[in-house]
Write a protein that binds this ligand. Sequence first.
Ligand code: ADP
Length: 399
Amino acid sequence: MSHHQAASASGGRNSLDPISILYLEDSPIDLEFSLSLLTKGGIEHSVTHVETEGDYERHLREGCFDLILADYSLPQFDGLAALEIAQRLCPETPFLFVSGVIGEEVAIDSLQRGATDFVLKQRPQRLSAAVRRAMAEAAEKRARRDAEQERALLLEKEKARSEELARVNQRLEQFAYAASHDLQEPVRMIKVYSQLLARRYHENLDDEGRQYVSFIETGATRMDNLVHDLLSYSRVSHMDAETMKDVALADVLRDLVLPLFQPALAESGARVEIDGELPVVHADPERVSQVFQNLISNSLKYRRDVAPEIRIAATRKPDGSYWQIAVSDNGIGFEKEYGERIFGLFKRLHSGDRPGTGVGLALAKQIVEKHGGQIWAESVPGQGSTFYFTLPSVSRSLS
Ligand code: ADP
């Protein structure tokens, strides 16, 4: 491999290397003169000199040079043909005509066809500067192209990574779904039979035995809740566009949410107030009711020792495409730093005597995001929390 091939194969040239020149010229005197000008101009070079079309093309087929210099008018080979061959074989190599008198029209024509520059033999002192500029331009073009290629490569990698992530996620969701689905039955067996054991064999067990059975019962109930919540969580990913429709949130609350809380509200003296009008959104009513259920049951669960007050209000986003719904309470609240963590699966801040699986908010987040919305929370410990979520006001495809 000749040195000019090595240079082009590595995608660029070291600016300290002598530049490799393919020189098409039939006059040895002119050739020598041009090269001496380059040397004088401080441009180190190595030259391959050709005089015929055959030689010229053969060299280019073997590998590209850093620069091509060509006389415009050769006896049997015209400059434009040489230019055309160079563009076909080495489109990135700068190509300069070094020629005797040519008319202005011819010169312009050659530039339009892609020659980098031309230098008249009558004004040879321009040669070094023209070569320098051509080389700089070529280097810049190469750098730009490399950067573009790199960007394209990065984009491609990123795309592949996110596709892989989506696949992994999907497998995980399927796994969670299958696992929680299949666990329901055995968990229920343990729960039911431990309850039977506690009830029917109460007399046959001593205190210790009764305690063990009650531990099994507690464990089984907790597991049953977990499995149930996990199942609802993984079912969200199976949500499809068909269940989406225009729904009035006021109806959702009245029909699907508040009735469930009647006993709890009465018992705790809690109040749920709706501030102003609630909008019509484009959503799956069952899922949205689930979001409200989880938020309201949390507001009741994480209450202080005053009667819980829950407020629900909606505001329209400035561009009109989304509604923002706020559910606020006067409960125990949480520190700002936990504002994101609580939406993670199984993440709980307060446990102790407040039962829960840590799935509720993760499920709410999953549902809201499936609708293309967002969910977040603000809170002041000891004063209360507000949970916000957005839902599309108009029809849009599922995310
Ligand atoms: P769970 O209630 O089953 O623990 P969630 O996912 O519903 O699970 O909530 C996660 C955690 O966020 C809760 O354990 C609690 O610490 C905190 N949290 C949720 N809602 C509220 C609220 N309204 N006020 C204070 N803390 C809350």
